[in-house]
Design a protein around this ligand. Sequence first.
Ligand SMILES: [Zn+2]
Length: 296
Amino acid sequence: MLPTPDGRAGRAERPRLAGQELSVALARVGAMTTLVIGGHGEQADPLAEARARSATLAQFFLGDPQGWKGPEFAYAGGAAGLRADAEAAGIALVVHAPYVLNVATSNNRIRIPSRKFLQQHLHAAAEVGAVGLVVHAGHVLKADDPQIGFDNWRKCIERLELPVPLLIENTAGGDNAMARRLERVARLWDAIGGAPGADQVGFCLDTCHAHAGGEELVGLVERVRSITGRIDLVHANDSRDGFDSGADRHASLGDGFVPPEALVEVVRTAGCPVVVETPGGREGQAADIAWLREQV
Ligand SMILES: [Zn+2]
């Protein structure tokens, strides 16, 4: 390669996505912006859940997270009422897809209904005016080549209508997970990057899952951004289990094995909305939110 006039070897510029520009800019002014933060609560009244936590955001399921029923709206005013009331209250809403969903798997009896279920949840999330739908990246069967799962993700994205951003979350466990470690996240992003609608696909970074999954939190935001170009949401959780344990058990902030200063660094540098999915109900999460606000 020829040296450039200033003496350095020329290097191809990696194209930067609009989402990346935005998140980098937000990170720069992170200290000056107000942290948009909330907890995960019941869907019957997300606004009450947010107020009980002194929060400006509420995350919830639209049905049983372990089942195939739904999506359903439990808010008294229905989906349209929730959308209007949340807008009036200035509370951002995030919908979390059920855990049973797995669009990566080679098992047709799970993958095919998962795609349909995911599509239904995306439309339901749009109906309530959610800023995004969070979904776990899933996994393939133990004996499968993980490439099968990345290809299944690409086919899924190609066929989805995305009325709200789909935020793919890293997971803690399983050796054949799609997004436990960053090497897999990179392959996932390579697979889906060219699909139509890929600009509506974002990333949700869970600190418990990263720690228990074997990714150091220090410098993690930059490492993720270099792959995905964006982080749209942080799930700020401590971990009841040690580094690389592969266990998905959340703890209140400061009560687990995640170094508190590293968790705060993730929240500060990500410069995006934050959800705590920690134990202790409204009171426990309110305390975690208050603590994070103090630290960031
Ligand atoms: Zn999470």
